[in-house]
Design a protein around this ligand. Structure first.
Ligand code: OXD
Ligand code: MN
Length: 599
């Protein structure tokens, strides 16, 4: 593709693209308009080069399969940096390098890095175009795969440049796969530079530089880099919240809608919860999806919080997604979807572990090799993904494109805890709720790194995504709450408790709707709860049991906690707090002391 003309007269943007072109030295520069025609052309080029496979149109209309380099399959936290001016601002939970030194290093790496390739310029809006809650970024990239993914995950094109006008603010995002091509050199199927990957954020300058990876959050810079790491700094400076949260709407039989935002660490079924289907016996209850990963939540003039989903698509984990676990996610990737690192069926469709109870007799696996059920390998990478347009989602909330967002009535923090933590409880106050979020944790499920049962702290599921000092982030949450007229109620849930024989005590999935009903009724000041040292607990009779046979004895066990053990666990929070102590708000210490004394 040859150069086309930019349709903007934004002087700073033109100057920046000019500088990037001079540094990266691409063969051509292409301004993206986000159109279907542009995507079709790029897909056709990628099919021709062998990077993409077009799937069977009768089974998956307008869908493509990509196989990444096996060394480039996930976000790389070890190579992710927050380069604030002061190391102290990045805090002990982020990698840091001095920004000038990092910039020098990056300039060296980027000089000539796009030789032999096209540089695409992608103007994108995170959030509905023109929303007062939205922010604009411009990504330059030498990956056509990134272009077609960004077009699904964000709002891309001329409308964004129009909103930007001649002097609007944008976050500059530079991305390269880090593999320039010499004249005549044949490109690899998935160019990348895994030995030299850098995902770098300059929070004061609000800019992002990413080198060496073409995969997911490393390369689609609107998602984790802009919408969480940079946005968390913007939010801190301007009094709002950029959170690793799904947003869903719960409609009761009377047609009243209540919006809930929820944070869960990875591998806790966030997308499933965002698209939950209530048990049919709970007649008239409906759940709609606003977002499955990120929420931008700002105080409105009325002193309530309003949230948008800054994304426009789902970048969902494929394995485990099925008609049983999440039919809405499956419907979302029925068409117009990009699949990465899943298996290819003999009839040109996709398959992954868990999609159907019986695997097909033969597949081509994510590495391009023949695969049969007994071969001893998985067919799809555990972090294989679908990139699906949000508009495909059958349970999409009608307000998903509302410029002013949806009113948030409740926050939910969840963990994966096998013992001692009850299914659900409500915080007494905002600051108690912030403490619950700050001390959130998840138990290791496989002996991958660390032993099974080891508790990994992941405050508000933001540990890899907060662009500044985690303790300042807690302080910011406390501050936001102080200025609200109507603060959302805060809840903690744990779907993963096991009994003494190692069996899950709660059925989960759609049955979580029973908990969600209690949460929204509490948030609306209706349902009853009893006081406990942990917070407000629902009693057996406070839960809607229609269609589920769950005894009071089981419930009492599920909701029980051992005071001494809980006190010990509480003291284990010290470890995180000690590492953050010189910034830690005193409220966190007070809340811990209050909890201990209640216990
Ligand atoms: C994600 C993540 O991919 O949280 O959403 O890692
Ligand atoms: Mn996420």
């Amino acid at each position: 593709m040859s150069d086309n003309q930019p349709t903007t007269s934004h002087a700073a943007l033109l100057k920046w693209v000019g500088k990037m072109t001079e540094m990266c030295r691409p063969d051509a520069v292409r301004w993206c308009d986000g159109s279907a025609a542009e995507a079709d052309k790029l897909f056709a080029e990628m099919v021709k080069s062998g990077m993409a496979i077009k799937l069977n149109s009768a089974k998956r209309p307008n869908c493509y399969l990509f196989r990444s380099d096996p060394r480039d399959v996930a976000r790389v936290e070890k190579r992710t940096f927050i380069c604030s001016v002061s190391k102290d601002d990045a805090g002990p939970t982020n990698n840091w390098e001095e920004p000038r030194a990092m910039r020098h290093k990056l300039t060296d790496m980027f000089t000539g890095c796009m030789v032999g390739r096209t540089m695409y310029v992608i103007p994108f809006s995170m959030g509905p175009v023109g929303s007062p809650l939205a922010h604009i970024g411009v990504q330059v990239t030498d990956s056509p795969y990134v272009v077609v993914n960004m077009r699904i995950m964000a709002r891309v094109g001329q409308a964004v440049l129009d909103v930007l006008g001649t002097d609007g603010f944008f976050v500059p995002c530079v991305h390269s796969v880090g593999q320039p091509l010499a004249p005549g050199q044949k490109d690899s199927r998935w160019p990348c530079n895994p030995d030299n990957t850098y995902i770098v954020h300059f929070p004061e300058e609000r800019s992002i530089v990413s080198y060496g990876s073409g995969y997911g959050g490393n390369a689609l810079l609107g998602k984790k880099c802009l919408a969480l790491r940079i946005a968390s700094c913007m939010a801190r400076d301007h009094g709002w919240l950029a959170e690793h949260m799904l947003i869903l709407g719960v409609e009761n039989p009377e047609g009243e809608k209540t919006y809930v935002a929820a944070a869960f660490p990875s591998a806790c079924g966030k997308t499933n919860f965002a698209m939950i289907i209530p048990p049919k016996e709970m007649k008239g209850w409906k759940v709609t999806t606003v977002g499955d990963d990120i929420g931008w939540i700002k105080p409105g003039a009325d002193g309530r919080l309003y949230g948008i989903n800054p994304e426009n698509g789902f970048f969902g984990v494929a394995p485990g997604t099925s008609a049983e676990t999440n039919p809405n996610a499956l419907a979302s990737c029925a068409k117009d979807t990009i699949f990465t690192n899943v298996a290819l069926t003999d009839d040109g469709d996709v398959w992954w572990e868990g999609l159907t109870p019986q695997p097909p007799a033969h597949l081509i696996d994510w590495t391009g090799q023949d695969w049969t059920p007994g071969c001893g390998r998985v067919s799809s990478h555990p972090n294989s993904r679908f990139t699906a347009p949000i508009a495909n989602c059958p349970c999409l909330d009608s307000a998903v494109n509302d410029l002013n967002g949806v009113p948030i009535k409740a926050f939910v923090f969840g963990g994966r805890r096998m013992s001692d933590v009850p299914l659900v409880y409500q915080a007494f106050t905002w600051s108690h709720g912030v403490y619950l979020g700050a001390t959130m944790g998840s138990e290791q499920t496989a002996a991958a790194e660390g032993s099974i049962g080891t508790l990994r702290r992941d405050p508000m599921a933001m540990l890899p995504f907060c662009g500044y000092h985690m303790a300042d982030y807690f302080r910011h949450w406390l501050k936001v709450g102080k200025h609200l007229e109507e603060a959302p109620r805060i809840f903690h849930v744990n779907w993963f408790r096991k009994d003494s024989s190692g069996k899950y005590m709660w059925p989960g999935f759609g049955q979580n709707m029973r908990v969600l009903r209690w949460i929204v009724e509490r948030a609306n000041g209706r349902a009853f709860a009893k006081e406990s040292p942990l917070g407000w607990l629902p009693r057996y009779q406070d839960i809607d049991w229609r269609g589920l046979n769950y005894t009071k004895e089981k419930w009492d066990e599920l909701m029980s906690f051992d005071r001494a053990r809980t006190a010990h666990q509480t003291l284990a929070h010290e470890e995180l707090f000690i590492s953050l102590f010189d910034h830690l708000p005193k409220e966190m210490i007070f809340e811990r002391e209050l909890l201990l004394s209640r216990l």
